[in-house]
Design a binder for this molecule. Structure first.
Ligand SMILES: [Zn+2]
Length: 654
């Protein structure tokens, strides 16, 4: 087996860099030195290559579906949706007609009561000023689905952008306000009117930001779960808001079980509606509509909306229309589009091999839980019970979702509206019904995975189970390193990170930890928090150790556990897998595969946005931050103790 056949990309390795000094530079330097980020992306690397390949495949499916004669209901529907999305002439001709009903509702705002009615009218159409309502598994009883209301209504990536001055936040605010102003002008306002309109919208967003919870606070589920019920909203927190009208308009008039993220926020918003001038409220609401709908309108709107992607992601050019339309179909008809993807890319045994990997990594976690010195017996037992209850969904749903709404080839905005209504109704229909563990939150072609703590479930879409992450003919060490550690072990460890560890195996928010063990866990978590808080994303902007703690714990645990899983798997084989692959041992391949799954060049703009608002660390630290904590790495790479990648002290949790 050659190195290339093993699944490692030889050209991405930089052999001039000592792996014991900087493993990311060793594994990915050959890539990052030569890679150029395409103008229409904010980053370029392994994930983007798989995404691009998937997008091109889906494009061919959709082009075929859009051009063929009627007959197949699945292909007809996705073909019509794609055709309407690609019909720029018709979209241009429609002008602002698609948002006219929303603007008309806002034009009626003259006091708090009419403002509330406008908020309701917008939310029914999927636009979310101030807050948004959706189904939520009750944290206290995970068998029940209740209504959850959460803060919403900001246009910048995080509340920090309104309140702080770190890095380029001030410049970003300026860019944002100028962009708001140009959007108002596109709507027909003259400059002297657009300027104060933008200022109003920004002022209201800034007030909301001041009241909203930050993402670190929100990592503790206790902080975002408050069963105030309908009565609490109506009688105590925000009596001036017409909650009955709101729930009726959403089609859930009898719902009474409601949790809100933070009770005082709703009091503040209701007060704002009564105290703000109606003109200012109209400006904020119009801005919210424009911000959320611009991509469904003509070219001038799409171009203007791109301003913020340029600013926050460092993109230089708008992605081509076809790519944006592929993603629209994936968003709105994902399980129809996904059927073609699965048939072509995930046939013959992909699922069985992935399931085998899942079971190996679970087995390693079982053993590890028994071996952990900092856990007392009772907590260990509870942890084992939780692990045993983790469900996993692999590849694609067993039953495809049906999309019961009509799609036409001539009305893109109409299709989007129909899809939005259908999805809102589908989501809200879950309230009061038994939990459906098989409802996928990602579509099959998605190059990602997730863990859901209320369902205690990991979901691995087919889109991620592809080369260079996963391959039938790859060296097993490569599949274990990349998919086993980076994905399966990562998602499984989320069940035991700072957030997931607060839920039990049934998805209930219950403290199953003994006091002492909990303290040890907190101490170990703090080690990871401090470690990553010292890393820089871009000069002068460091990572937020608390914001990224859960993802970093998952990365560290995933890679450690899948390594143990690989060793156990190897022991059980009658014939050991090959162990000299062009000078690399199989254990070295394991770490190389994990690192190469994160080979990526990221624009400085996107790196900074990630540091401020993303719970994931940038690629360089997802590799080196993990490697320095791996007990197996030093031995596999013969790194002397005390070298940068094999330090004397390391953080260890799972
Ligand atoms: Zn994660």
């Amino acid at each position: 087996m050659s190195l290339a056949q093993s699944g490692i990309v030889p050209a991405w390795i930089d052999r001039d860099v000592d792996p014991c000094q900087d493993f990311f530079a060793h594994a990915c330097g050959g890539f990052t030195k030569n890679a150029e980020i395409p103008a229409d992306r904010g980053a370029w690397g392994a994930i983007e290559m798989v995404s691009q390949n998937t997008e091109e495949f889906l494009r061919s499916v959709l082009q075929g579906a859009a051009s063929r004669a009627a007959g197949d209901p699945v292909l007809d529907k996705i073909g019509a949706y794609y055709a309407a999305c690609m019909d720029e002439a018709a979209i241009e001709k429609a002008g602002t007609q698609p948002i006219t009903p929303l603007l008309d509702a806002i034009a009626k705002v003259k006091d708090a009561a009419t403002a509330a009615q406008a908020v309701i009218a917008l939310q029914v159409q999927g636009v979310s000023p101030f807050f948004a309502l959706g189904p939520q598994q009750d944290f206290a009883d995970a068998t029940q689905v209740i209504a959850g209301i959460d803060q919403d209504g900001l246009g910048l990536p995080d509340r920090k952008y309104y309140l702080e001055n770190a890095g380029s936040m001030q410049t970003t605010r300026k860019t944002y306000v100028a962009h708001m102003q140009r959007m108002f002008m596109l709507l027909g306002l003259r400059e002297p009117d657009a300027k104060p309109a933008a200022a109003d919208a920004m002022r209201i967003e800034t007030r909301l930001a001041g009241w909203q919870q930050d993402e670190v606070i929100r990592r503790d589920p206790h902080n975002v779960y408050h069963r105030v019920e309908r009565e609490g909203l109506e009688k105590k927190l925000a009596p001036s808001f017409p909650w009955g009208d709101y729930l009726s308009a959403l089609g859930i008039p009898t719902v009474t079980a409601i949790s809100v993220n933070a009770p005082p926020y709703y009091t503040a918003v209701a007060k704002l509606l009564t105290r703000e001038k109606s003109a200012a409220l109209r400006h904020y609401l119009v801005w919210t509509v424009l911000r959320e709908s611009a991509d469904e309108l003509g070219q001038a709107w799409v171009d203007e909306a791109f301003t913020m992607q340029r600013e926050l992601h460092g993109m230089k050019a708008l992605p081509p229309r076809w790519r944006r339309c592929v993603h629209r179909v994936d968003d709105d008809l994902g399980e129809l589009l996904g059927q073609s993807y699965v048939a072509a890319r995930f046939a013959d045994g992909g699922k069985a091999r992935a399931v085998e990997l899942v079971q190996s990594v679970f087995g390693a976690m079982q053993k590890q839980l028994d071996a952990l010195s900092w856990m007392d017996a009772a907590t260990r037992k509870a942890a084992q019970a939780k692990l045993a209850k983790i469900a996993y969904l692999v590849g694609y749903p067993d039953t495809w979702r049906s999309y019961r709404f009509d799609v036409t080839r001539t009305d893109f905005a109409g299709n989007v509206r129909a899809a939005t209504h259908f999805e809102i109704a589908r989501q809200l229909a879950k309230i009061g019904k038994p939990v459906d563990r098989f409802d996928w939150q990602m579509t099959p072609p998605t190059v990602n995975a997730y863990y859901d703590s209320s369902l205690n479930e990991i979901v691995l879409p087919a889109g991620l189970l592809q080369a260079p992450f996963f391959g039938a003919t790859f060296h097993p060490a490569v599949n274990f390193g990349s998919t086993g550690g980076g994905t399966i072990g990562h998602e499984m460890t989320h069940g035991f990170d700072d957030e997931g560890s607060q839920f039990d195996g049934d998805g209930n928010l219950i403290d199953w930890w003994s006091k002492e063990t909990k303290q040890s866990f907190a101490k170990a978590t703090q080690c990871v928090v401090d470690q990553y808080a010292a890393y820089e994303a871009v000069p002068n902007v460091k990572l937020d150790g608390k914001l990224t703690a859960g993802e970093n714990i998952a990365d560290n645990g995933g890679v450690k556990l899948a390594y143990q899983a690989y060793q156990a798997w190897k022991q059980a084989q009658p014939i050991a897998p090959p162990s000299d692959i062009e000078g690399f041992t199989d254990d070295q391949l394991y770490y190389l595969a994990y690192a190469q799954s994160w080979c990526e060049k990221v624009s400085p703009e996107l790196l900074e946005t990630m540091a401020h608002a993303d719970p994931h660390s940038p690629p360089q630290w997802r590799v080196n931050g993990v490697i320095v904590n791996q007990p197996g790495f030093g031995q596999a790479w013969k790194c002397a103790v005390g070298t940068p990648m094999n330090p004397e002290k390391r953080c260890a949790i799972w």
